[in-house]
Design a protein around this ligand. Structure first.
Ligand code: DAK
Length: 258
């Protein structure tokens, strides 16, 4: 696929996807989401890639779904065309870790896209919001659900009902983002973090991701049982033996990802 709306790079086992519609603050079009899905497919299939970073530019991660393209759509257009449902969730099903590096606006579908990633590193300029209510609609790509799980009912409700934005400080305090870094350091920091993950044993990284995600989908008892089973299964891997032997021999592990 020839990308018109994203840029894709590879750095030291990390796949970098840059949303690239700067004239419209990276508004998320169907084409962009198709390209993003394609890039995720390729990075996921590439054995040399251990983690992904998704980012935008200084002004916007993404200011939401493309309002100009949605404006003339009617119910049957979006229902029969499976608008957004068709290609929006791909990033949330990626088996490799995905970091969102967010500077500037992450609004509507942009905030939802960031929340579909495994964690968000925010620039001090980041602003998060679900302003769909001001357009006469509501979030449609998980905003009412994921935001509520991240920041709790009161803040999520206020944001979804008023469209109020949350700045980086509030987002960190509320648990929406893992860390805040100066805007100038955002990409470097996110890439460094992704490279750190990509240098680890892939099976344990993928299973850790699966286990943490399970916390959102089941009861504590079930989640702890699931974690134990996964933990025990890692004792069947070469990398568990290598990791523990390397620690005792005071050297770096040489993973074979098996
Ligand atoms: N769509 C299209 N164009 C956009 C855009 C958007 N979401 N956001 C900004 N732009 C365009 C502006 O129209 C402007 O274009 P020109 O006028 O230059 O042609 C350009 O980007 C620069 O924007 P501004 O001039 O407005 O820049 P400012 O700095 O003054 O303001 C802003 C920045 C982010 C506060 C403002 O642009 C803004 O309020 N943007 C809209 C934010 C918004 O409402 N986002 C939510 C969109 S609705 C679904 C799943 C998901 C969704 C829907 C359905 N299903 C599963 C069914 C998602 C919906 C949404 O995200």
């Amino acid at each position: 696929m020839n990308y018109q709306n994203i840029l894709v790079e590879t750095h030291d086992h990390v796949g970098l996807i840059i949303l690239n519609r700067p004239d419209v603050l990276n508004a998320l079009s169907d084409d962009l989401m198709d390209e993003l899905g394609d890039a995720v497919d390729k990075f996921e299939a590439d054995d040399s890639i251990g983690a992904l970073v998704v980012t935008g530019n200084d002004k916007a991660f993404a200011a939401g779904a493309d309002i100009k393209r949605m404006k003339d759509s009617g119910y049957m257009d979006v229902y029969m065309g499976n608008f957004i449902g068709r290609n929006w969730e791909r990033i949330s099903t990626c088996r490799k870790p995905v970091i969102a590096a967010v500077a500037g606006y992450a609004l509507g579908g942009g905030c939802e896209l960031a929340m579909m990633c495994d964690f968000i590193i925010a620039a001090d300029s980041a602003q998060f919001g679900q302003p769909e209510i001001k357009l006469g609609v509501i979030p449609g790509a998980g905003g009412t659900q994921r935001l509520t799980r991240f920041v709790g009912k009161s803040k999520a409700m206020e944001m979804c009902l008023t469209g109020r934005m949350m700045n980086a400080d509030e987002a960190e305090r509320s648990g929406l983002v893992s860390r805040i870094v100066p805007a100038d350091d955002l990409l470097e920091d996110a890439m460094k973090t992704a490279k750190k993950i990509a240098a680890l044993s892939k099976p344990s990284v993928m299973m850790a991701k699966t286990a943490v995600n399970r916390a959102y989908e089941t009861t504590l008892t079930e989640g702890v049982r699931f974690e134990r089973t996964i933990f025990q299964s890692l004792f069947a891997t070469d990398d568990k033996n290598e990791g523990m032997t390397a620690f005792i021999e005071k050297r770096k592990p040489d993973w074979n990802h098996r």
